[in-house]
Design a protein around this ligand. Structure first.
Ligand code: ADP
Ligand code: ADP
Length: 229
């Protein structure tokens, strides 16, 4: 379980427009750290820098003290599991969708990932089980079911770092609560960075960093933040 540190990070997509301004925060080993703030604050940009879609123009991003620009891209990306807002499923079987991107996972690993994502009983109740086609060719999955398949895909990689990028914001509130409890469980022994635009979805994070316009403007746990309001 690694420690993730953003140390004085600055970044802009374009030459003369800075998006992140000397931003620093730490996600201690095994913690859940939330980044919350309005749309456009720079939350997803932080995720993209961590995954090295882009490199910062200033400052450093460290995992266990090592600058990620010195880590092989492949091992960096293997260490980070992402659950995005809208998970795209392929027009193929449930099993294929869970296994996608992994080298030859065993059936046992796939079953365990599905169980951890709380979707195994649903899959096993289908006549074709993991071989059920989804998308245009087969079963229509609900938003919540799709998200669970995507979570299983991420868990199959057993990533020590989890990046949840508004992972439940596309769901209705009842489904959101179900998925949130699953995510809470699967993030328990990982270092988790949870991006959200509402405080309510990440209220129990160990540390909540409130962002605005590319800066962290407040930081603390939920009780700390409420006290300051
Ligand atoms: P959030 O996740 O908090 O909504 P983002 O990190 O997506 O915010 O975006 C922060 C800022 O960066 C916004 O002003 C957005 O318009 C800008 N931005 C995001 N992606 C790009 C991009 N690929 N090119 C240029 N600007 C971008
Ligand atoms: P991979 O399987 O390629 O090792 P993941 O399973 O962790 O990586 O990534 C799932 C998907 O999320 C990938 O297609 C990746 O492009 C996408 N992704 C990466 N970073 C972000 C981000 N910050 N926000 C949303 N989606 C992202």
């Amino acid at each position: 379980r690694p420690t993730v540190l953003f140390d004085n990070v600055s970044f802009g997509y374009e030459q003369d427009r800075q998006i992140l301004h000397h931003l620093s925060f730490e996600a201690p080993a095994g913690s859940t750290v939330a980044l919350v703030g309005p749309s456009g604050a720079g939350k997803s940009t932080i995720g993209r820098l961590l995954f090295r879609f882009y490199d910062p123009s200033g400052g450093r991003i460290l995992i266990d003290g090592q600058d990620i620009s010195q880590v092989a891209q492949e091992s960096l990306r293997r260490a980070i599991g992402i659950v995005p807002q809208d998970s795209v499923l392929f027009n193929d079987t449930i099993g294929y969708n869970i296994a996608y991107g992994r080298d030859d996972p065993s059936q046992e690993q796939i079953v365990r990932a599905a169980a951890d994502a709380s979707i195994l009983p649903f899959i096993e109740a289908l006549p074709q089980g993991f071989d059920t086609e989804v998308g245009e060719r087969g079963l229509k999955l609900s938003g919540g079911e799709k998200q669970r398949v995507a979570i299983a895909r991420t868990l199959l990689k057993n990533p020590p770092i989890l990046l949840l990028d508004e992972a439940t914001s596309a769901l209705d509130s009842r489904t959101e609560q179900d998925i949130l409890s699953t995510l809470k469980r699967v993030s328990a022994d990982r270092t988790t960075i949870a991006i959200a635009h509402r405080l309510s979805t990440i209220a129990d994070a160990d540390i909540i960093n409130v962002m605005d316009a590319g800066r962290i403007v407040e930081s603390g746990n939920h009780a700390d933040l409420l006290r300051r309001d």
